[in-house]
Design a protein around this ligand. Structure first.
Ligand SMILES: [Zn+2]
Length: 244
């Protein structure tokens, strides 16, 4: 039987995204006032793991987990790196600290896989894949993220225009589900939202309609934890992703 799952995931950056970019004026900080809620592990300071070094990256994991344990009674099972850029140490650190899945890599649109570790990529030499690990990867994409589509950001050297028409973005997002339904008997599509981005009125109307359209198209909405369980049922031996 065909199964087409959808995960609606929410990254709660709050003020951390602005502070990590040294954008600390009152207006920049006020963006983080919009919808403060606790969630899974998304870094402690929202600094990009690839920029930190191993020790600082591990401290981020530990401090974030301490806060999550205080709020929920347990440490996080899933991780989504700030700005989606893991470091060479991330996979090992996530395994060391008991994470079950990551959702920061972009190796597939619809099929989870076992996260690889220690690929060797050198200019003008063949790429050498590292081994698959026990960490399940729930892949994501910038195309399924509300942030670049909608959030206007003016920084020292770059402007992120955002502010796209919500209805047109919804068309893209729904089409990615339609493609999955037409080309895959089984799959998981993960959308990424930020409360301070998707939570604006016209975008909430769009999201409500998107959910109705997805449901009408046969989508089953599940949590990331449930998605990992479904993946393990579908691929008891795990799935390797080494390019298509
Ligand atoms: Zn974030």
């Amino acid at each position: 039987m065909a199964k087409h799952f959808v995960c609606l995931t929410f990254d709660h950056d709050n003020t951390s995204g602005a502070i990590a970019r040294e954008l600390t004026t009152p207006t920049m900080l006020s963006r983080g006032d919009f919808g403060i809620v606790a969630a899974a592990h998304h870094g402690w300071t929202h600094r990009v793991p690839a920029s930190l070094g191993r020790e600082a990256e591990e401290r981020e994991l530990i401090r974030g987990n301490e806060a999550i344990r205080k709020l929920t009674g347990r440490t996080a099972r899933g991780y989504r790196s700030p700005a989606w850029d893991l470091s060479p140490y991330s996979i090992q650190l996530l395994l060391k600290h008991g994470f079950v899945y990551d959702s920061s890599l972009m190796g597939h649109d619809y099929l989870p896989y076992q996260a690889r570790d220690r690929d060797i990529a050198k200019l003008e030499e063949p790429l050498v894949f590292g081994p698959d690990t026990a960490l399940v990867e729930m892949p994501i994409s910038w195309t399924l993220d509300d942030y670049p589509a909608f959030e206007y950001m003016r920084m020292a050297n770059v402007i992120q225009p955002g502010l796209m028409n919500a209805r047109l973005v919804a068309e893209n997002w729904l089409a990615d589900f339609t493609y999955m339904r037409e080309h895959y008997g089984w799959g998981i599509l993960t959308y990424t939202f930020h409360p301070h981005v998707i939570g604006r009125g016209h975008r909430m109307l769009m999201l409500a309609q998107l959910i109705r359209d997805l449901r009408a198209g046969g989508a089953q909405f599940i949590t990331m934890d449930q998605a990992v369980a479904e993946y393990r049922l579908q691929y008891p031996q795990g799935r390797s992703e080494r390019g298509r």
